[in-house]
Design a protein around this ligand. Structure first.
Ligand code: DMJ
Length: 648
C-alpha cells in the first residue's frame, strides 16, 4: 500500500491524484499554463467528490470504508498498542470493551475532523488558484522558471573556490640577464622578435587561434575545432612574462579574463588543448600568481574529462567542449587513440589534482599508466596506436618523433616533477628508452647518430624534426639513469643535437626540414618535396638549450644563434613570422601561418639559451612539451588525493 503522496506545486503542498507520479516535480517547470489549469480543475472536482461522498454516505458505510483498506489512501496510520496490522495493510481494531469502544469513537471522530480540515484547506487552495488571473499564474510560473534557471546556472558556473594548497617553490621566474654583453645583445634580439610576433598577432589576429602573417588575418586549424579561443594568447603569455614584456602580458591577461570561454560548441584535440591551454594557463598562474589563470585551467580541464568515457579509459583524441562527445581521428590506424596524445597528460593532470584537491585528474592518468604497464609490447616497444574500445594495439609503428614523442618525455618528466619520487615513471622511461636504443637508434655511414622509425618489424631510416627534441630528453634523463649510464646518455644527447644541426646546416636557408633520410647515400637531408618545409618548429633549438645547460659548450649558443638569424631572415614578414615550404630553395614560398608554438616554445627556448641558468632552474621547474614551465612538486611530503601510498 502506498502512503498519501504530497507533492509541491507553486510552493504549496496539495494531494496528488496518483501516488505514482514521483517524477512530477522535475517536470513542473515545463508544465504549460493550460495544463496547469486542467490539472487544478480535475483536482478540485476529485476533492469535492470525495468530500461529498464521505458526508452523504450512511454512518455504517463509513466504518466499512475503513475495513476496505482505503484508509491507507485517505488516513495516515496511527499506531497504538491496541492496533494490529493485517498483512494486507488493513488496520484491525480489537474489541476491548465499552471503554475502548468509546475511545475508539473519539479517535475516529478526531481523524474525521482532521480529514475534513485538510480537505477544506486543499479545496480553498485550489479555489484560490482558479481565482487568480491568467497574468498572476503566468507570473508564478515565470518565477519558478527563473528559480530553476538560477539553480542550473549555479550548477554550470564552473568550479567552486579551490582549496588553499601550499605554493610550490617558484624561483627564478624573471631576469636571468647574462653577464656577457654580446650574449645580452642576442637575447635582446630574441625579445624583439617576440615583440614583432606578438604585436602582429595583436594587430591582425587578436582573439583568433593563430595568425596568417601575409594575409594579415586570423587563422585556425582542426586541432582547435570551430573555435576562437585565442590559442596564441594563452600559449604566449608565460614567454611574455619571462621576457618582462609587461604591457603585452597585461593585454593578454585582460583578454583571457573577459573573453576566454570554454562553453563553446567546438570539437578540439584533447592533447593540444592540454599542452597549450592547460599547460600555458598553469605555468602562467605559477609565474604570475594571478588566480584567473588557475581558474580558467580548471574550467577547461573539466571540459576535457568526458573524453575519458571510453570502455578502457584511454581518452578519445577529440572532444566537443559543449556536448562532451568524443571521437578519434579518422586517419588513425583502426580507430585508435595516439600514444603521444593520451600519454602526454600526466604533468598537467597531476598539477590539476594538486591545485583542486580533485582526485579525478590524477586517477585518469594513473589509470592509463597501469593499463599500458599490463600490455604486451612487441620487442619491448610501444606502438603509436591503441584502440580505446578494445584496449588492443593498432598498427605496430613506433617512433620518437610524431605520434610517439612526448609519451617518453612525460615519463621522464613525471619523475622529475615529483621530485624524483615517482620511480615507477622513471623505470618505465628507462625500459622504453632501452628498447628504443636497441631497435631505433643507429649510426649512418657518415657517422651521424639518428633515430629511425619502426614499422612492423622494419626500421625506416628516416628521422623527423619532431624527434630532434630527444637530444634534450636524453641529456635531461642522464642523471638518474640505470647502471651509471649518465655519461652515455649525455653523449647520446650531444650526438642527436649534432645530427639535427647537420639537418639545418645542409639546407640553403639553414633551417631544418620536416623529415630527413639516412639512406641510399643520403645523410640528414629531405628527399620528398612534402618533407622539405619548416614551420617554425622548436625541437632542434630545444635540444640546443638543454645541451647548453648541461655542458655549457659554446657551440650550442652558436647553433642557436644561426637558427635565430635564419628565422629572422627567411621567416620574418611585415605581418609576423611565417613557415616556409622549402628549406632547400633560395627563393622559398611561405605557408602563411604563425604557429602558436613559435611564441610558446621556439622564441622561449632561444631566449633561455641566451639567459643565465638561474632563470627557471631545473631544480625547481620542469617544462611541459609545449615549453610551459611547471614547478617541481615535492610529493615526498604530500599525498595527492587519489594516490596510493605505494606510489614511491
Ligand atoms: C608542439 O606543439 C609540442 O612541442 C608538441 O609536443 C609537438 N610539437 C609541437 C611543435 O613542433
Amino acid at each position: 500500500m502506498t502512503t498519501p503522496a504530497l507533492l509541491p506545486l507553486s510552493g504549496r503542498r496539495i494531494p496528488t491524484l496518483s501516488p505514482g507520479t514521483s517524477s512530477f516535480p522535475h517536470h513542473r517547470a515545463t508544465l504549460r499554463l493550460s495544463e496547469k489549469f486542467i490539472l487544478l480543475l480535475i483536482l478540485s472536482a476529485f476533492i469535492t467528490l470525495c468530500f461529498g461522498a464521505f458526508f452523504f454516505l450512511p454512518d455504517n458505510s463509513k466504518h466499512k470504508r475503513f475495513d476496505l483498506g482505503l484508509e491507507d489512501v485517505l488516513i495516515p496510520h496511527i499506531d497504538s498498542p491496541k492496533e494490529g496490522k493485517h498483512p494486507s495493510g488493513q488496520v484491525i481494531i480489537h474489541g476491548q470493551g465499552v471503554h475502548d469502544e468509546h475511545r475508539h469513537r473519539e479517535e475516529e471522530e478526531s481523524l474525521r475532523d482532521k480529514i475534513r480540515a485538510d480537505h477544506e484547506r486543499a479545496l480553498q487552495e485550489a479555489k484560490e488558484k482558479l481565482r487568480k488571473s491568467r497574468e498572476e499564474l503566468q507570473a508564478e510560473i515565470q518565477t519558478e522558471k527563473n528559480k530553476l534557471m538560477e539553480d542550473l546556472k549555479k550548477k554550470d558556473a564552473g568550479p567552486k573556490p579551490l582549496p588553499p594548497v601550499p605554493m610550490p617553490r617558484v624561483v627564478g621566474v624573471s631576469d636571468g640577464e647574462p653577464p656577457e654583453p654580446d650574449v645580452k645583445e642576442k637575447r635582446d634580439k630574441i625579445r624583439e622578435m617576440m615583440k614583432h610576433a606578438w604585436d602582429s598577432y595583436r594587430q591582425y589576429g587578436w582573439g583568433h587561434n593563430e595568425l596568417k602573417p601575409l594575409a594579415k588575418k586570423g587563422h585556425s586549424t582542426n586541432i582547435f575545432g570551430n573555435s576562437q579561443l585565442g590559442a596564441t594568447i594563452v600559449d604566449a603569455l608565460d614567454t611574455l612574462y619571462i621576457m618582462g614584456l609587461h604591457e603585452e602580458f597585461k593585454d593578454g591577461q585582460e583578454w583571457i579574463e573577459q573573453n576566454l570561454d570554454f562553453g563553446v560548441n567546438a570539437e578540439v584535440s584533447v592533447f593540444e588543448v592540454n599542452i597549450r591551454f592547460i599547460g600555458g594557463l598553469l605555468a602562467t598562474y605559477y609565474l604570475s600568481g594571478q588566480e584567473v589563470f588557475k581558474m580558467k585551467a580548471v574550467q577547461l580541464a573539466e571540459k576535457l574529462l568526458p573524453a575519458f568515457n571510453t570502455p578502457t579509459g584511454i581518452p578519445w583524441a577529440m572532444v566537443n567542449l559543449k556536448s562532451g562527445v568524443g571521437r578519434n581521428w579518422g586517419w588513425a590506424s583502426a580507430g585508435s587513440s595516439i600514444l603521444a596524445e593520451f600519454g602526454t597528460l600526466h604533468m598537467e593532470f597531476v598539477h590539476l589534482t594538486y591545485l583542486t584537491g580533485n582526485p579525478a585528474y590524477y586517477q585518469k592518468v594513473m589509470h592509463i599508466r597501469k593499463l599500458l604497464a599490463k600490455m604486451d609490447r612487441p620487442n619491448g616497444l610501444y606502438p603509436n596506436y591503441l584502440n580505446p574500445r578494445t584496449g588492443r594495439w593498432g598498427q605496430h609503428h613506433t617512433s620518437v618523433g610524431g605520434l610517439g614523442d612526448s609519451f617518453y618525455e612525460y615519463l621522464l618528466k613525471a619523475w622529475l616533477m615529483s621530485d624524483k619520487t615517482d620511480t615507477e615513471a622513471r623505470k618505465t622511461y628507462d625500459d622504453a628508452i632501452e628498447a628504443i636504443e636497441r631497435h631505433l637508434i643507429r649510426k649512418s655511414n657518415g657517422g651521424l647518430t639518428f633515430i629511425g622509425e619502426w614499422k612492423n618489424g622494419h626500421l625506416e631510416r628516416k628521422m623527423g624534426h619532431l624527434a630532434c627534441f630527444a637530444g634534450g630528453m636524453f641529456a635531461l634523463g642522464a642523471d638518474g639513469s640505470p647502471d651509471d649510464k649518465a655519461g652515455h646518455y649525455l653523449q647520446l644527447g650531444a650526438e642527436i643535437a649534432h645530427t639535427c644541426h647537420e639537418s639545418y646546416d645542409r639546407t640553403v636557408l639553414k633551417l631544418g626540414p620536416e623529415a630527413f633520410k639516412f639512406d641510399s647515400g643520403l645523410e640528414a637531408v629531405a628527399v620528398r618535396q612534402n618533407e622539405k618545409y619548416y614551420i617554425l618548429r622548436p625541437e632542434v633549438i630545444e635540444t640546443y638549450w638543454y645541451m647548453w645547460r648541461f655542458t655549457h659548450d659554446p657551440k650550442y649558443r652558436q647553433w642557436g644563434w644561426e637558427a635565430a638569424q635564419a628565422i629572422d631572415k627567411y621567416c620574418r614578414v611585415s605581418g609576423g613570422f611565417s613557415g616556409v615550404k622549402d628549406v632547400y630553395s633560395s627563393n622559398p614560398t611561405y605557408d602563411d601561418v604563425q604557429q602558436s608554438f613559435f611564441l610558446a616554445e621556439t622564441l622561449k627556448y632561444l631566449y633561455l639559451l641566451f639567459s643565465s641558468d638561474d632563470l627557471l632552474p631545473f631544480e625547481s621547474w620542469v617544462f611541459n612539451t609545449e615549453a610551459h614551465p611547471l614547478p617541481v612538486l615535492h610529493l615526498g611530503n604530500i599525498t595527492l588525493p587519489g594516490s596510493e601510498p605505494a606510489q614511491r
